[in-house]
Write a new protein. Structure first.
Length: 253
């Protein structure tokens, strides 16, 4: 069953004279994990901003759970590239923001949910710390805990690990797969890293042409649970090279 469906969606930025998203239709199945890859500036993040309501499509419809997103609340969680933790709030207070915005929770209920969410992402005991006391990977875990507390089944993760060092990034990739398999959320994940895309995805959604008229779905030939050893398989190496070739074609003069 589809949780997200784009139907003939177009979008044009006011400063441009063309549609960066051009009559795009695609759907995402509940519980799936897809990475979207494409060159910088092709419109990947625009898809997310329309999905979460920050941008309104020029035409077409976007539905979640079979209903238009207009008027819906808490239908998706959004995690941008930067963790955006407020430095004047503790980690716990940052993670509590979705619950505060929704309202209807007592202080005790908020504290209980925040502590459980932090423990779930390996940050038990960190609620009273300030963001600057955490490493980059820990800050991203806190941001993910905050996203989870939106209560949404659909999570939009926009290059959340791009600023991390190599070893922290691969550790976070492995951790994210564990979280996905535990919570059974639907994840759309934007990345420029082809290896990251094939390690995480059930199938990759590739932007092969711009403006974006279609997302080409490419199955990843590896099951779950998944370890990094699978990346050395001949079929995974071939897929990586194919996807790199797709991206190179888009940047060649």
């Amino acid at each position: 069953m589809s949780i997200l469906e784009f139907s003939h969606v177009s979008y044009q930025y006011p400063s441009e004279d063309f549609d960066i998203i051009d009559d795009l239709s695609f759907s995402v199945e509940r519980g799936s994990f897809h990475c979207i890859i494409g060159v910088s500036g092709c419109g990947k993040s625009t898809i997310f901003r329309m999905t979460n309501g920050l941008l309104r499509p020029k035409s077409g419809t976007i539905q979640v759970d079979g209903a238009p997103i207009e008027g819906q609340k808490r239908y998706c969680g959004y995690m941008p590239q930067k963790d955006l933790l407020f430095p004047w709030r503790t980690v716990g207070e940052n993670v509590a923001l979705p619950l505060e915005i929704m309202g209807g929770y007592s202080r005790a209920q908020i504290r209980e949910q925040v502590e459980a969410a932090l423990a779930d992402v390996g940050l038990a005991g960190c609620a009273g710390k300030r963001p600057e006391e955490l490493s980059g990977g820990m800050r991203q875990r806190a941001a993910f805990a905050r996203t989870m507390l939106t209560g949404s089944e659909l999570l939009l993760l926009d290059e959340p690990f791009s600023a991390l060092d190599f070893l922290t990034r691969i550790s976070m990739q492995e951790w994210l797969l564990e979280q996905w398999q535990k919570h059974k959320k639907t994840i759309l994940f934007i990345t420029h890293d082809v290896e990251e895309a094939i390690f995480l995805s059930g199938s990759v959604l590739a932007v092969t042409h711009t403006p974006i008229h279609t997302l080409t779905e490419i199955p990843v030939p590896a099951g779950y649970p998944r370890t990094r050893e699978c990346l050395a398989r001949s079929e995974m190496v071939a897929l990586r090279e194919d996807l790199i070739g797709v991206l190179r074609k888009q940047v060649q003069p």
